[in-house]
Design a protein around this ligand. Structure first.
Ligand SMILES: [Zn+2]
Length: 280
């Protein structure tokens, strides 16, 4: 099987050809940075066949994670709900095991999903009693303005072409519609320290492991994402560190993490609420 596509000669997000290699991980995966929009990306990227095979085995049953994920996603929906006038139509892009979708339905959203794994999409649809589409995301017959909210939790960094997704999402959002994203932060304190130690040749093992190149193709920071979303007609309204709860973690520890240690943007993941800008 062909694992990689031919190398990209330009940035798929801003079309700039001012791209250069900025790092190479322990598996010889090359990381490029675009001077046009600041995004970093794997180049060459994995082939569609490689990714299809990978994602057919990606979502595994891990029952001990049900409670922490449901807890986290309930918290994320509470944030999202402060940016919309009412709970209307919501699309969860990358539904996985359906934690966000289930939480949204429970909280009164008219929620449906999108999932790249066909059998999983059918199982979710039957279990939750709502539509879960599968296929080439932008080409699935979405209607303009049909959603009040679109949620993508740790999805944008996985897709071959984030620009196609962002264009499609902007079109399918209603006028005041909101996009809620969770992403890894390649500029987190931990990543920055590791990168520095690698450049100084102090860290010599697991080089670039924080890029997670087994399945992450694109690498964002809160700053680059804000600029990129602006290019695609969104205005970022809210950004903060993401939540990383664990099974059997006490409520007090979760509270302290969420309100103290994860509040700043040094955390390894971040959340972003962006509103559709009208007229651009
Ligand atoms: Zn670019």
């Amino acid at each position: 099987m062909t694992v990689f596509d031919p190398p990209l000669a330009h940035c798929l997000i801003c079309d700039s050809d001012d791209i250069h290699e900025c790092h190479r991980d322990a598996n010889d995966i090359r990381i490029f940075r675009c001077r046009g929009c600041g995004v970093q990306f794997m180049n060459p990227q994995y082939s569609d066949r490689h990714l299809a095979d990978y994602y057919s085995r990606y979502t595994k049953a891990e029952p001990e994670w049900d409670e922490p994920l449901a807890y986290c996603h309930g918290l994320y929906l509470k944030i999202l709900e402060t940016y919309v006038p009412s709970k209307g139509a919501l699309l969860d892009v990358g539904s996985g095991k359906g934690h966000l979708l289930a939480a949204a339905l429970q909280r009164g959203w008219d929620a449906e999903g999108y999932e790249i794994d066909g059998p999983l999409a059918r199982e979710l649809s039957a279990r939750l009693g709502t539509e879960v589409k599968c296929g080439d995301f932008p080409e699935l017959g979405w209607q303009a303005g049909q959603f009040d909210a679109v949620v993508m939790l740790h999805v944008l960094e996985h897709v071959k072409n984030p620009a196609r997704y962002l264009r499609a999402i902007r079109t399918m959002l209603a006028e005041d519609g909101v996009l809620f994203l969770a992403l890894p932060n390649i500029h987190s304190l931990s990543s920055r320290v590791k990168l520095l130690l690698e450049k100084l040749h102090v860290r010599t093992k697991n080089i670039g492991a924080y890029y997670d190149t087994g399945h992450h193709l694109w690498y964002f920071t809160p700053e680059t994402l804000t600029q990129i979303l602006s290019r695609f007609g969104f205005e970022v309204r809210y950004t903060r560190g993401g939540h990383r709860v664990r099974p059997n973690q006490s409520r007090i520890k979760r509270f302290v993490m969420w309100n103290v240690t994860e509040r700043n943007l040094l955390h390894s993941t971040f959340l972003c609420v962006a509103q559709k800008r009208v007229g651009t």
